[in-house]
Design a protein around this ligand. Structure first.
Ligand code: ADP
Ligand code: ADP
Length: 228
């Protein structure tokens, strides 16, 4: 469960990116976050994995109270909240297998546990046969699938996707959505910030529209709702 109450974020330069925002998201929901550029979507998302600290308000994520969490507990939060980005952020010098395994090595799993789980997530994204390749040898869609595999390898309760289809063509974007829906059907909460109106309108989920740092629309099975 994610619960934000009156959360604000004021950056050092005085910009209020998020303004007294409140929202509740239950475990297992799939939520799109839409809105114009500069609306505060990224800031909203970054506060959930503590890339940015809220200036005021309360944020609770599962058992974590982000206003009380200690610095040494942040890595545990980041294990509970997996993240994927528009530009994938894979490590170019590591193979596909190593990129995913690395996320488990830092949490001190045994090599046997790591190998089993890495192939499990590679199977889910249908890229087992590319385990030995390097990211640059893969298409954009394949790189995003690897990034998703890496994000879920430690079984997070929540997966956050910031414009995951932003660099992909329509067919490849649909492949990514199939994978996200599959992960969601296994119980993982998904929050996806997107400008992809076609996906939002075709694959229906809850829609949160953010403008000027506030939620201006919260709709089950919602529409994208903006001109393209
Ligand atoms: P969106 O993701 O909807 O485009 P952002 O959260 O990136 O919106 O930005 C919201 C507002 O906060 C914008 O006015 C943006 O310029 C500002 N902003 C974002 N990041 C920073 C930062 N690190 N420092 C100062 N202002 C920022
Ligand atoms: P499958 O069950 O589909 O045959 P494999 O377990 O053989 O899949 O692995 C798929 C690919 O990953 C093969 O090229 C294999 O050599 C490679 N691979 C297997 N284990 C590792 C590992 N620990 N590190 C890197 N690559 C591996």
């Amino acid at each position: 469960m994610i619960e934000m109450v009156n959360v604000s974020k004021v950056y050092k330069n005085g910009v209020t990116a998020v303004n007294k925002l409140s929202v509740k998201i239950e475990q297992g929901e799939f939520v799109y976050i839409v809105g114009p550029s500069g609306a505060g979507k990224s800031t909203f998302i970054k506060m959930l994995y503590r890339e940015e600290k809220a200036s005021e308000g309360s944020i609770k994520i599962g058992k974590f109270d982000l206003m009380k969490i200690k610095e040494r507990e942040v890595p545990m939060l980041r294990r509970y909240v997996g993240v994927v980005f528009q530009d994938f952020k894979l490590l170019p010098k590591l193979t596909v297998y190593e990129n995913i395994a690395y996320a488990m090595e830092v949490v001190e799993k045994t090599p046997k546990q790591i190998e089993k789980r890495v192939f499990e997530v590679l199977d889910l994204v249908k890229l087992k046969h590319k385990a030995r390749m390097f990211p640059t040898e893969l298409s954009g869609g394949e790189q995003q699938r690897i990034a998703i595999a890496r994000a879920i390898v430690n079984m997070p309760g929540i997966l956050i996707a910031d414009e995951p289809t932003g660099n992909l063509d329509p067919d490849t974007s649909l492949e990514i959505m199939d994978i996200l829906d599959e992960i969601n059907s296994q119980g993982t909460t998904i929050l996806m910030a997107t400008h992809n109106s076609q996906i939002v309108n075709d694959i229906k989920h809850r829609v949160l529209a953010v403008e000027n740092g506030r939620i201006v629309r919260d709709q089950q099975e919602g529409e994208y709702g903006y001109e393209i």
